[in-house]
Design a binder for this molecule. Structure first.
Ligand code: CA
Length: 369
């Protein structure tokens, strides 16, 4: 036999052998020629949302399914709604401690654990979804986020965005700053602190109790998400006015957090799948919100006669001023928070003139509906 032909045949047989070692008969930890592994991982994903909650729960489930499909079943993730495995606001601890390998949530819930991380969900009067994604993916935001979570044994990824939210449902009109005085409103996070400094009384009632609290007058107002979620919750039946804009949440980034040991146990190709699926989920969830918010707003206005109201400019200006003060205070909380704010602010200052001549100009040119 010709020597070159023999080597070629042996090489072919060798390649075929390697390929078959990655086939169905492969053992649980077989290493393939390309460095991947046939080990199958079974993970849990805890979330801060009710199962199949519009946009958030549905988005988390699709992310888990996508990872399962892209990995050909090698990384299977079972999704748990809030309270199914752990309460909604214990997701951070559950993933840090390894009760679940991964969690889907938003960083502003972890004010008491990793306060600097609040910047990654976005700030009141801050970046739009598009701008936030620019900062996180290309402006150094993700690296700072990873640094923030590292001491907790967590690896974060951006995985979704709600887009702009609504100002909320009100049973009293807001015509001036005076109307904020004593306003009992369910509004969590930095937005709640800003309302408090404007004279209001923020509360953090769980979502399930919102409708009754609003209907019985325990609260005067509540923010929730946007038309898509608010319609599903029936909040229009418990309040007179639907206010905009959602000054406190202009584009809330969502997160996929992963237990560091679990992350390190994944072969490189599965890590790449998780990273890429999370990035796809960011667009996917924002798209679901954008489409359904448009549909739901129309339903609220035409089928349910909801009365839209815009916050007066003087109210928005005051809330914006307080927001600026609060963010500077948050930046002073730690050395890391200071660096995150510096990075956030540097990008905001750079992107703002661009957004001004692009998005803002074009949107202002749109004819009124
Ligand atoms: Ca909200």
């Amino acid at each position: 036999m010709d020597r070159r032909k023999f080597v070629g045949a042996a090489g072919m047989a060798g390649a075929a052998g390697l390929l078959s070692a990655c086939g169905q008969k492969a053992g649980p930890t077989t290493q393939c020629a390309d460095g991947s592994s046939q080990q199958t991982f079974h993970w849990k994903m805890v979330t801060s949302w009710p199962r199949d909650f519009p946009g958030l729960g549905t988005g988390a489930s699709r992310l888990a399914e996508t990872i399962g499909r892209l990995s050909n079943g090698r990384l299977k993730i079972k999704v748990y709604g809030g309270n199914e495995l752990v309460p909604p606001f214990e997701v951070f601890d559950a993933v840090a401690q390894g009760t679940a390998e991964t969690g889907h949530s938003a960083t502003y819930y972890w004010k008491g654990k990793a306060p600097a991380a609040q910047f990654f969900a976005g700030m009141p009067f801050g970046m739009t979804a598009q701008e936030l994604h620019g900062w996180i993916y290309y402006g150094g935001g993700l690296e700072l986020w990873q640094e923030t979570y590292a001491p907790h044994g967590l690896v974060p990824f951006l995985a979704g965005n709600s887009g702009p939210q609504m100002g909320g449902w009100f049973n009293r009109e807001i015509n001036s700053l005076e109307d904020l005085k004593g306003l009992k409103m369910r509004i969590p996070g930095p937005g709640g602190e800003i309302l408090k400094r404007a004279g209001g009384t923020p509360t953090t009632i769980p979502g399930a109790e919102l409708f009754t609290a609003l209907q019985t007058g325990i609260i005067d107002a509540t923010e929730w998400v946007g038309p898509y979620n608010d319609l599903a919750f029936g909040l229009f039946r418990a309040a007179k006015y639907y206010y905009y804009p959602g000054w406190h949440e202009p584009g809330t980034g969502l997160e996929l957090m992963i237990n560091k040991e679990a992350w390190d146990s994944l072969p490189a190709d599965l890590q790449a799948i998780v990273r890429t699926a999370s990035q796809a989920s960011t667009t996917d969830i924002l798209s679901e919100f954008t489409y359904n918010n448009g549909i739901a707003l129309q339903t609220l206005l035409t089928d349910h006669g909801v009365q839209l109201r815009r916050f007066p400019d003087e109210v928005l200006r005051r809330l914006n001023d307080i927001s600026d003060e609060l963010i500077v205070e948050m930046a002073a909380d730690s050395e890391l928070a200071g660096r995150i704010y510096a990075s956030y602010k540097a990008f905001r200052d750079i992107v703002n003139p661009w957004t001004d001549i692009s998005d803002r100009t074009l949107l202002n040119l749109r004819p009124d509906i």
